[in-house]
Design a protein around this ligand. Structure first.
Ligand SMILES: [Zn+2]
Length: 576
């Protein structure tokens, strides 16, 4: 994508694409199944009433159990809800274990172990989750307990999702896309640059001609992956229509707790309400850069220009994790159990929910300066959520509304731009802190619009896969950013299109969530967030999973429904 996904908003990049079951532990699963039947039957039935004739008694007991089950299963073949509940427990536990294998494998692959593949695990998961007998029992079970009903719905939805995303033909294409991204080097002049190096060049290099060359070079990955990404789009749509009667983008948006009309309406509001500020920004860019026309390769550079003279010195990457832990500790959080590595990645960075509440890892891309910290703190926000989420089953922990997770991640990232934080952690002077703050407001004005354009391009490509993705992408970006895209097929540089489809809108909605949470926490605790603010965030947000909808989260934690108002207010304040 333009310079852009070099940019602040994108990164977490890792979302789920699998789901488990019992294939790897057949014995364990049988035991759990049997246990659940026992648990469903009144204990008295198991008392053997004649110690001298154990065998006969056992037979009698089995008969009684059988009769009881026949009664409870009842007409219409519906299974005893408690039995289904026990089986659901067992399946969720196995699912958790398979997911852990999946995430550990993905983590190693991202770190460079290209001989590994997570496809066999995805296939196991698909096989298990597609078990029609269990799905049918689950579907027909009459469940009144509301939490159990939530889990029933989550599992059934997960099954559809897995049939789509873990389809063997699709996972083969996606794996190829990811492999190409991981090892890719961009040829700029006679140099071979990693994603992080291209990003750094676009942000910091004053040589405009070199930046143009680097920006054009980002389209090289489209040459390698573009056709495969289009193939993945077609496959996802076919699989979604077959399994859910919706095209993929709509099915997935629903799964994430959003309605397409609502999302597009928020996008419109943000674009319209920030249009005057954005036009003012473009004018200012032209003046300060001394150019008649702003080009795509000027954007990121403009935003880092203001901080260039102190950024490398004040934001060294060597003690990044130490500073991050200090930030977390100031809120009363402990990051010691979280493992973090810096590496050359094919995406912006990520947090891996290997076992929610127990084992969480972070990968940070080898970026530099403020952007390095921006992405690391964003990933840390995800990690804190995965570490603290405290709901009573795996699906409840794992299937939180995605925009909420993004918002919780972004709450950490935005602390980087607050003078109360960066004066202390990075020893910025008040003048430097205000330069960082002002530059960030302007940059966000651009990145939010850019991400909206990324997202709209993706929705259009799913609704009309025959269209050339480059022309869709460039038309929408030209409209939202006011720059000429020069017919360059740079769209494939965005790693989200291949491996994390229909995720981009969650960055924008997550930004709204983060600003609304920030506003509430400031109102309650003032701008110096300490342990009481940390406790509030933990109770209302970081510890929560799928029990609540987006609306439930926001009303519960901030007292009002989700609104773009706080984000727009922040962006408009760039004029001050
Ligand atoms: Zn994220």
């Amino acid at each position: 994508m333009m310079v852009s996904h070099a940019n602040a908003l994108k990164s977490c990049a890792v979302t789920k694409s699998v789901l488990p079951g019992c294939v790897r532990h057949p014995q364990k699963f049988m035991k759990e199944t049997v246990y659940s039947i026992e648990a469903a039957v009144p204990r008295a039935l198991f008392l053997i009433d004649d110690g001298r004739h154990a065998c006969a008694s056992m037979a009698r007991m089995m008969l009684r159990v059988g009769m009881l089950l026949a009664v409870l299963v009842g007409a219409g073949g519906q299974e005893l809800p408690a039995t289904v509940a026990g089986q659901l427990d067992g399946r969720e536990k196995q699912l958790e274990s398979l997911y852990a294998d999946y995430w550990r494998t993905e983590y190693k692959i991202a770190l460079g172990d290209h001989a590994l593949s997570s496809r066999p695990i995805q296939e196991q998961i698909r096989t298990v989750v597609s078990d029609e007998r269990f799905l049918s029992n689950l579907r027909n079970a009459k469940i009144s307990d509301s939490l159990l009903k939530t889990r029933q719905n989550l599992y059934l939805n997960e099954a559809v999702y897995t049939k789509i995303t873990n389809d063997p033909a699709l996972t083969a294409v996606v794996e190829q896309i990811t492999q190409n991204e991981n090892g890719f080097r961009f040829k700029v002049g006679d140099r071979q640059l990693s994603r992080a190096e291209v990003t750094d060049l676009l942000e910091h290099n004053p040589d405009r001609q070199l930046r143009e060359e680097a920006w054009r070079a980002t389209s090289q990955i489209t040459g390698v992956n573009g056709a495969r990404i289009q193939k993945a789009i077609q496959l996802r749509n076919q699989l979604a229509v077959k399994n859910s009667d919706e095209i993929f983008s709509i099915f997935l948006l629903h799964r994430k707790g959003l309605e397409v009309e609502q999302v597009f309406d928020w996008f419109d509001q943000i674009k319209e309400q920030t249009e005057p500020e954005y036009q003012r920004l473009l004018k200012r860019m032209r003046n300060e850069l001394g150019v008649a026309k702003i080009e795509p390769w000027d954007l990121d550079f403009f935003f880092s220009k203001a901080t260039n003279d102190f950024e490398a010195q004040k934001f060294p990457t060597d003690d990044g994790w130490k500073k991050t832990k200090e930030l977390a500790a100031s809120l009363g959080y402990d990051l010691d159990p979280v493992e973090m590595h810096v590496a050359d990645l094919g995406f912006g960075g990520a947090a891996y929910p290997i076992l929610y509440g127990k084992e969480v890892k972070i990968l940070a891309n080898r970026y530099s300066g403020i952007f390095f910290y921006d992405r690391l703190w964003h990933a840390t926000g995800h990690a804190l959520h995965y570490q603290m989420v405290n709901e009573p089953s795996f699906l409840l922990r794992a299937n939180y509304a995605e925009p909420m997770d993004e918002g919780m991640a972004q709450v950490m990232a935005l602390l980087l731009y607050r003078s109360e934080v960066n004066a202390k952690l990075f020893t910025l002077t008040p003048e430097q802190a205000s330069v960082v703050d002002a530059a960030y407001r302007l940059k966000l004005l651009y990145t939010v619009r850019n991400t909206i354009a990324d997202s709209l391009s993706e929705f259009e490509s799913y609704s009309d896969p025959e269209k050339d993705p480059a022309s869709v992408y460039n038309r929408i970006h030209a409209e939202y950013l006011g720059v000429d895209m020069h017919d360059a097929p740079v769209w494939g540089f965005n790693p989200m299109y291949g491996s994390d489809p229909i995720y981009l809108q969650s960055f924008v909605v997550g930004e709204m969530v983060a600003r609304q949470i920030e506003h509430k926490v400031d109102e309650k605790f003032g701008r110096n967030w300490g342990k009481p603010a940390g406790d509030y965030l933990r109770t209302n947000f970081y510890s929560r999973g799928a029990e609540q909808s987006v609306d439930g989260f926001m009303r519960g934690g901030t007292g009002e429904a989700l609104t773009p108002r706080y984000l727009v207010q922040f962006l408009e304040s760039s004029k001050n």
